[in-house]
Design a protein around this ligand. Sequence first.
Ligand code: PLP
Length: 411
Amino acid sequence: MKEGVLSTSSRIEGMGVSKILQLAQAARELRANGVSVIDLSAGQPDFDTPDNVKSAAKAAIDAGQTRYTALDGTAEMKDAVREKFRRDNNLSYERNEVMVGAGAKQLIFNAFMATLDAGDEVILPTPCWLSYFDIVKIAGAKPVAVSGQLEAGYKITPDQLRKAITPKSRWILLNSPSNPSGAVYSAAELAALLEVIADHPRLWVMADDVYEHIRFGDTPFATPAAIRPDLKQRILTVNAVSKAFAMTGWRLGYAGGAPELIRAMSVVQSQSTSNPCSVSQAAAVEALTGPQGFLDTARTAYARRRDILINGVSAIDGIEARAPEGSFFAFVRITDLLERQTPDGTILPDDNAVSDYLLDKAKVVTVPGSEFGLPGHLRLSFAVADTDLSLAVERMKTALDALQPVKEPAQ
Ligand SMILES: Cc1ncc(COP(=O)(O)O)c(C=O)c1O
């Protein structure tokens, strides 16, 4: 290696800082230059953390809870997690079956690092959160995308899953409600997938339930371990206070699963971050066991915003929008906009170009579907103030209505 020239590991080959962070940065720069930008790329609630949770954190600081804690979470936090799983999900876990980490992401990272080897495969129903792909790759394994299209409500079928399973399949990741599609699997749909999984003892299930509380339809929330208690020993249920309680910055997630998996995950965490933040744990105990009214307040606001966004974009020519049943994202198909021409004569070949055009002309930040493994789409966040959403829709309509179909060359 030449002195001063960085040689990065093959582990992170081809990976960059996520496009979403780049977009957020572009929006910040435009704003700093006085441009009015509306950011629909946000992956986090725009609400403040509830006051009772903030007070619990302040009390913890004053009480001196500022030292290392048990590696995998304080006893109080683990018991709060157990209580939450029992109350909300009808799931019973012992203390040695739960683990607390710095966000859901760390639990996912721990689990994949602790269990995957080169050649192993992880089945990822797409569209999905891009981090799953990169974490699987960092762990040395291979992501296998199985695509749910708009017509299927962006969900995968048991048949698709059966075809994707090989002797190397080690995990399938189920995220419902989904980022980015907002799709929610019903208990019956999950049961049908679990029936396939039951036949493959080496295949484990990771249930990423971080959007559990952000749901709008009548479909009750369902989580795999509660549906198939007989498979609970190979299901890791991951959740976090991040999205539910507007606590993304506190970095606090948790998981329930088999004791041997939790032990292996603790090994990874012990040599990376050690315990999650002591103050955040105290705050999360209050979030999980204190008054739960914030969840309804937030849900009502998201439902209203979802309607503003979906009604608005559905009226734009070239956009096909399906109302999401959960999460704070709408995933809209824009294949009809591709190959159209901008007023200055540029052809828009793909979702990245449409997203760039919207930033340039409408000053609205959107995330291309390619970022989630399903090109030809845009993800629009509605964790944004109502007035901003209405304005964003107006601006998008003006910019997209200005596109022209490319004329066929004369014969
Ligand atoms: C599906 C999904 N899982 C996990 C996370 C990460 O959650 P946390 O902030 O708790 O690490 C996100 C964040 O965007 C997400 O969208």
